[in-house]
Design a binder for this molecule. Sequence first.
Ligand SMILES: Nc1ncnc2c1ncn2[C@@H]1O[C@H](COP(=O)(O)OP(=O)(O)O)[C@@H](O)[C@H]1O
Ligand SMILES: [Mg+2]
Length: 587
Amino acid sequence: MGAMTSPATAARHRPGDDRPPRVLRVAGPLVEIACTTGVAMHDVVLLGEDRLPGEVVAIKGDVVTVQAYEYTGGLAPGHPATPQGGPLAVRLGPELLGGVFDGLLRPLTRVGDLLLASGRSTEPDGPSWPFTPRVAEGAHVAAGDALGDIGASVPLHVLVPPGCSGIVTRIAPAGDHAEDSPIAVVDGHEVRMAQTWPVRRPRPVRERLPADVPLHTGQRAVDLLFPVARGSTVAVPGGFGTGKTMLLQQIAKWCDADVIVYVGCGERGNEMADVIEELSVLTDPRTGGRLAERTVTVANTSNMPMMARETSVHTGVTVAEYFRDMGLDVVVIADSTSRWAEALREFASRMGELPAEEGYPAGLASELAAFYERAASVRILGGADGSVTVIGAVSPPGGDRTEPVTAHTERFVRCLWSLDRDLAYARHYPAVSWADSFSRDAAALAAAHARAGDPEWAERRGRVAALLAEADRLADLVELVGVTALPPRERVSVLAGRLLREGLIQQNALSSSDAYCTPEKTAALAEAVLTVIDRCIELVDSGARADAVEAVDFTPLLRAREDAGPRETAPVEAARDLVLARLGELV
Ligand SMILES: Nc1ncnc2c1ncn2[C@@H]1O[C@H](COP(=O)(O)OP(=O)(O)O)[C@@H](O)[C@H]1O
Ligand SMILES: [Mg+2]
């Protein structure tokens, strides 16, 4: 947002003028306050007796414009305003895991389909967490070092905060401690389990590393054709109803990250309530724990105020960086970045900014870039490796991919999973287009698969992609002249396209065996379908009739993805052998 990225400008302090700041004017969410002491751009100001939070968006002399994050009904001129002396910062601690929060990271409670403010824990000091120290008093520590371990649902540490280093003069004994109680004193600074961090400032790391380790999403269309590396970026553009939310929810449930931060941004509240409900009953196939316990949900649904929607993506990435700094692999899912961009647009028009493309502010591209740039595979300050992967849905109005949000986003991401309206209409799910999607991580990941014992990975991917493209090329011809007019080899190509689409690429999100797929089962399914296709080619090449090949019952092969469990390969091989035997009867 243009106005927000301008350099910080502090209102000048006039000596002798120490009237407390007060509200001058209220125009919807924009509130002007008279304020003569040091406030800076982006600082948080609490408005009125109810202390509604807002953010400084303009400073002209001693009139400061604050954009309220909440409904300003009841706020009037003369009411007090309380600058907080810094930009929006959030409290980061173990309590985040399993929680549902608004864009400012205030807890929400689910009541039916609604998400309502709930207030922090009712215990006086908040809940306690088991703490085990790792260092002794007198030790020398530097920023990012672990002072001790926190016993939470994923392994967490108490870290020496960025910018702090020195001698540990006090460390808490092993035992239960509240998030806000002092755990250690380092170089005179008290360190607690929970720490605050400004949401728009990336947390520091030692270095960025190449992103070359696969994030297994459990979705074959992605893992096989358009794979994503840990620390990479993905955009998922698709028109209304093409399955963006379903795909992102599948990834939230089944990808092999340590922590998921799910940012529901401007989408329907009941969808958020559903995903929270589902996560609370599902178990993590890797750990056996509840999936909810590795998930942090940031919800700013369509019925909540726009301004907090703008901050929610920054809040989400900041939460992700906090877990990354524990040496974990984190995935941030934002559904939808288009709704977030709409908040930027609304804000710019309210501020009377000169609109650029389609009413979006001129700073749209840099805002999008700044968001995706926070994704990275890194060496953290403490020396271990961690990553933040960002996956954002994009909802182009009318499916028009040239509109500004989609067009800019496509320039900034390493992977694009483009959802195709025709596939969705045909109920081919997930509707990831093999013609319009890309993965710039594929070459690096081919090497990673080879190192991990699957040197065939790149060739398999190439064959599947080529066969799908060939079947697409023939589809128009088939529509025109019918399949029977094609030469036998091309009829097998058409058949191959169908077997690949139905037996391999489609995935049923509602089936317990097919909802997610391990790399081994994905490889087995691909091998099975490719082997059957090869056999069909051999048959027609040696004179078998194409219609006889087409008439073979391929059902076991097409049903293998649902008949075999998520990590089973033997039933897939059995289905392949059964179909090969049926083909064998043709000679
Ligand atoms: N993987 C899937 N399996 C089964 N049905 C799906 C799948 N993906 C999408 N659908 C169907 O499409 C509908 C719309 O999907 P949704 O994710 O809400 O679309 P979008 O977020 O793009 O508007 C869903 O309600 C569901 O019926
Ligand atoms: Mg959706």
